[in-house]
Design a protein around this ligand. Structure first.
Ligand code: PLP
Length: 399
């Protein structure tokens, strides 16, 4: 059988592949210290599960409107109003099977062959492949650690062409935890205002998991002149520990949302009715547990960052949000393992960590940034401590 070019152009998500590899090793009975995890280690809150059970009992087990139930879209609209001052009616909101699916549909709805999408690197592994799958051309813009891993107005201006359809902004970022300030977003907006053909896809899936006072700013709220050109995406996976429920959403202009609805009507008809009831309960219910969980992440973040920065050869800028640390491992490249093998790349180093100390991380090249690796601190304190000790030992044993 031959597969379509759109499939041949892309590869499976490296983070999903890494998680699968860890599962296989664990199934072989190996004790893996898994820092590849891209989901909260907490459980979905009980009141959210109860809402799903109640929905089933009440017969909410049928197709819903293509773009999601009115109740869920109203809850999302309320959230956008409260957080960002946005007036986004329910018909400009689409609910889909996870933020991932919503982003994919937005690209599918807008890209023609050769259209360009500006993606700052380090990037979430899926963006370039989603663009390629939809016939577009990813334009990767390197954003060095010296710039806080963030896109600057100068770099943005250089990357834009007549073919640019989208700029992707992920804040807080996976993998770096970088968060754009309102001032930084305004400066990027100034550039974008001169290029009216360019839209902005903001991926705000980690917006509740952040470690500074106040809220994470959103481009749609910061620059009203751009609001119509922003497609804001988010979901319940990370904030409410609901990765398996598969609910994400997007809010944008009527034309784009309508096009996504048309696609969704042919692809899935609608997201799961039961998961939508659960997501509604998550968004409208008590939010205090979110802050409690963030303070747990904060403790782990501080500990991991300190341990990494105490390890010769490694360093790490503290993430402002999310539950990942992006570790600079340039200092171990070129060194040798006890068995004499040279560590030539971040991928070699990640493989060596797994082989010698059973510590699983994801190498930076997967995020478009060689010379780094990502650790997730969405895992227990004990695993993190053992893993950081293993990493330190591996570094100490290099010559
Ligand atoms: N965006 C980023 C940056 C992510 O890290 C993820 C999940 O790992 C997603 C979007 C998609 O999340 P979901 O499809 O579970 O809503």
């Amino acid at each position: 059988m031959s597969t379509a070019q759109r499939v041949n152009r892309i590869k499976p998500s490296p983070s999903t592949a890494a998680a699968q590899r860890v599962r296989e090793l664990k199934a072989q009975g190996l004790d893996i210290l898994d820092l590849t995890v891209g989901e909260p280690d907490f459980d979905t809150p009980a009141h959210v599960k109860d809402a799903a059970i109640e929905a089933m009992r009440q017969g909410a087990t049928k197709y819903t409107p293509v773009n999601g139930t009115p109740r869920l879209r109203a809850a999302i609209a309320d959230r956008l109003r409260l957080r960002h001052g946005l007036d986004c009616p329910g018909d400009r909101i689409v609910v889909g099977g996870g933020g991932k699916q919503v982003i994919f549909l937005a690209l599918m709805a807008t890209l023609d062959a050769g259209d360009e999408v500006v993606i700052p690197a380090p990037y979430w592994v899926s963006y370039p492949d989603m663009v390629l799958a939809n016939d577009g051309t990813p334009v990767i813009v390197d954003c060095p650690e010296a710039d806080g891993f963030k896109l600057t107005p100068e770099r943005l201006a250089r990357a834009l062409t007549d073919r640019t359809r989208w700029v992707v902004l992920n804040s807080p970022s996976n993998p770096t935890g970088a968060v754009y300030t309102a001032g930084e977003l305004s400066a990027l907006a100034e550039v974008l205002l001169d290029h009216p053909h360019v839209q902005v896809l903001t991926d705000e899936i980690y917006d509740e998991i952040w470690y500074e006072p106040g809220r994470v700013p959103s481009m749609a709220g910061v620059e009203p002149r751009l609001t119509d050109r922003v497609f804001l995406t988010n979901g319940v996976s990370k904030t409410y520990a609901m990765t398996g429920w598969r609910i994400g959403y997007g809010a944008g202009n009527a034309e784009l949302v309508g096009a996504i609805n048309t696609l969704q009507s042919q692809i899935s008809s609608c997201p799961s009715s039961i998961s939508q009831a659960a997501a509604t309960a998550a968004l409208t219910g008590d939010q205090s547990f979110v802050r409690d969980r963030v303070s747990v992440y904060r403790g782990r973040r501080d500990d991991v960052v300190k341990r990494i920065n105490d390890t010769p050869g490694l360093s790490c800028t503290p993430p402002s949000g999310g539950f990942y640390a992006f570790v600079n491992c340039a200092g171990v490249i070129g060194r040798r393992t006890p068995s004499g093998d040279e560590i030539r790349t971040d991928e070699d180093f990640a493989a060596h960590l797994l082989e010698s100390r059973r510590v699983a991380v994801i190498h930076g090249a997967a995020y478009g940034s060689p010379g780094y690796f990502r650790v997730s601190f969405a895992t227990s304190h004990d695993i993190l401590t053992a893993a950081c000790e293993g990493i330190a030992r591996v570094c100490a044993d290099l010559s």
